[in-house]
Design a protein around this ligand. Sequence first.
Ligand SMILES: NC(=O)c1ccc[n+]([C@@H]2O[C@H](COP(=O)([O-])OP(=O)(O)OC[C@H]3O[C@@H](n4cnc5c(N)ncnc54)[C@H](O)[C@@H]3O)[C@@H](O)[C@H]2O)c1
Length: 458
Amino acid sequence: MPFEKTILCIGAGYVGGPTMAMIAAKCPGYKVTVVDINADRIRAWNSDHLPIYEPGLDELVKETRGRNLFFSTEIEKEIADCEIIFVSVNTPTKTFGHGAGMAADLQYWERTARQILRHANSNKIIVEKSTLPVRTALAMERILNASSGNTRFDVVSNPEFLAEGSAIKDLDTPDRVLIGSQETPEGLQARKAIVDIYANWVPRDKIIESNVWSSELSKLAANAFLAQRISSINSISALCEKTEANIDEVAYAIGTDSRIGAGFLKASVGFGGSCFKKDILNLVYICRSYGLDTVADYWQSVVKINEWQESRFIRNMLANMFNTVAGKRIALFGFAFKANTGDTRESPAIYVAKGLLEEQAEVVISDPKALSNAPKELEGVEGDMTFEPDPYAAAKEAHAIAVLTEWNQYRDLDYERVFESMIQPAFIFDGRNILDHEKLYEIGFNVLAIGKKPLKHF
Ligand SMILES: NC(=O)c1ccc[n+]([C@@H]2O[C@H](COP(=O)([O-])OP(=O)(O)OC[C@H]3O[C@@H](n4cnc5c(N)ncnc54)[C@H](O)[C@@H]3O)[C@@H](O)[C@H]2O)c1
């Protein structure tokens, strides 16, 4: 039986893979193909070892792959064959030229647009899935329609709000799906085609429609707001440490105000991930380019606080360990930027590991899912570092443990056994506030958490 709709996704990464697996699962009548220039990644998507870890992803891919979900490197052929193209390529921060370190690097995106233009032989709806600067759709439509002959391209914005670590749940029951388009008859028709896909499983009142610029900007703004909450609570954590207020109590008291809400108020060593920093910097860049310097400064301070929180964590370790960690073994519990993912991009653990190595510590990195990515993040960094999947082995004969990812398994370790195996006095720096600090103190640890009174035996 022929498929009802043919959908292509360009970019088989953390967004493209899971999102398309969900569409294939929810819409068995659609043919969904995911392509990438990275042949290794496509090979992994077609194997038993998927290129990314997400709870529930293996099962979803097993159910759909070969039925109506396909992974391929034949980009040109797939462009020609499909009706709707989701573009989910990476949009990192520019590292060169004008806007370096701030603006989004749109080279992958533009290359994709030109490739679509070259190989499309029928009308297509192009869906911006990548996070892009506001008004990119205009540039995209100009490139696509400048020399398209009789082929028509409509660009729709459909930013992705999934969070790594809970991607499958977020895609299955999203808070909302946002779809923006031009408000012309053709634009509205293209918008409806994308709404119809999601309406297969998302309640209609959770599918928000808007103009294309609102949709593009909402994604940047949403990430900026999320990161801002973390920087806000982290800034207060520093004050807690000076005043004996307890950050968990303060966060609870703030979060019970229904106008504020409880989510995203967990103090920590800092936020990481591939998106928050790059999207805020992009927002800052856009604001500056429109002459809105005060607005730009406001959002830039969110990144500044995050960097300060990371460096404060290292300074705190040093100060408590008698101002030197040279030659001391320090176990890092967690290297992923958050729990339930193997993704290490912009992880605060990178910063902490580098800082400790600069101080000539012996750094042992442990993580249940991120040990294949961790060495890549530290490539070229000098110093004594090892990678050890077993946290007990990592902590053996260490002077200190730093908890850098909120993996559940670190809550449940036998800390008496850990304590016995360490050099005394033994320290735990809980950069995620996930451990039972009183209990650890009773065992004999010196416990330094974020935004809390130090529990020390001397
Ligand atoms: N990771 C997240 O949690 C998340 C959440 C929401 C939005 N986003 C946004 O989604 C976009 C993709 O993010 P990601 O984390 O999936 O990135 P990623 O780096 O994991 O994946 C992008 C993929 O695109 C491929 N690619 C690049 N150029 C290509 C081309 N011309 N043709 C075919 N494939 C090409 C790359 O090889 C790579 O596999 C970014 O804009 C990001 O900001 C990410």
